[in-house]
Design a protein around this ligand. Sequence first.
Ligand code: P6P
Length: 346
Amino acid sequence: MHESKIQTLNEVIIQEQSAFPYAKGELSRLLMHIGLAAKIVNSKINKAGLDTSILGSNEKQNIQGETQQKLDDFANTIFIKALQASGIVCGVASEEDDEIVVFNDNLSLDGSYIICIDPLDGSSNIDVNVSVGSIFSIYRKISSFGRKVTNEDFLQPGNKQVAAGYVIYGSSTMLVYTTGYGTTAFTYEPAIGEFCLSTKFMTTPESGRIYSINEGNYIKFPIGIKKYIKYCQENDPISNRPYTLRYIGSLVADFHRNLLKGGIYIYPKTAVSCFGKLRLLYECNPIAFLAEQAGGKATDGYGNRILDIKPESIHQRVPFVVGSAKMVLKVEEFMQEFGDGYNDEH
Ligand code: P6P
């Protein structure tokens, strides 16, 4: 029999599901709907350079106080429509919506899952053709079956995620996800309009040379972070400095590069924002799940595992240190030794 080398997202999901005989196929169906939404968003982003009407901002601010880009709005609409069409999602928490989006149709009211999404992360990069991403995090609904989803359903710790992933719209478009059994990567093949399996059981190096942080905020960083940055810059045995700074202002792209090559991404608290910038539900938790499944670590810099943090609100921010395990531990050593105060002598 001719063995086809290409395995599509749907085929791999169905294969994975067959490993769980009691699975009703709902999660599989949900991941397929996410894949469809990603294809639609990918198509729009790829045309953005030609259809400039989709570029730029729509003059609205989201709850984060960030100017919403037109493509943020588009991506949000596409993902929410696809998730509602799945008939197994009862609600969504999105970076682009102040409150949770509750699905009231009969099919969705019986849905077993809730989703947290950042529909288009790093979207300010779109107009300059830098990679952006979509991030998703999937939980089981915990409130009464058949009743409307509640805020409490979304305030579960990240260790309750049943699946998580991201799409990176870069030189190629990739979908990377985990259901708790390793991190798996797919590459979009436009010729057939499918995400095709590229890597199963991805592993990230336990250490690396890349550190990703916005050094423009240096004076606002805690002392421990300032000391770690200097350690990276000065740790230079005979000018063979092992570290290099790579930061493009797009979490998904910075994380994806570090996942493959080894490295660390840091968005700490600052003197301006005492919880940092990144949101726990739809940025830190899904990325942390993927990192741990690939052998990496994700904490808040103070030894607290991101996936164990109990959310208090749907747009809660947390300090975020994620990537190669040894590098995360090194940051925590500096934070432990020098503390997280602010001192302009360093
Ligand atoms: P700054 C994008 O808005 C984002 O949430 C991440 O994708 C990115 O890493 C970070 O913020 C960039 O923030 O403050 O360095 O511009």
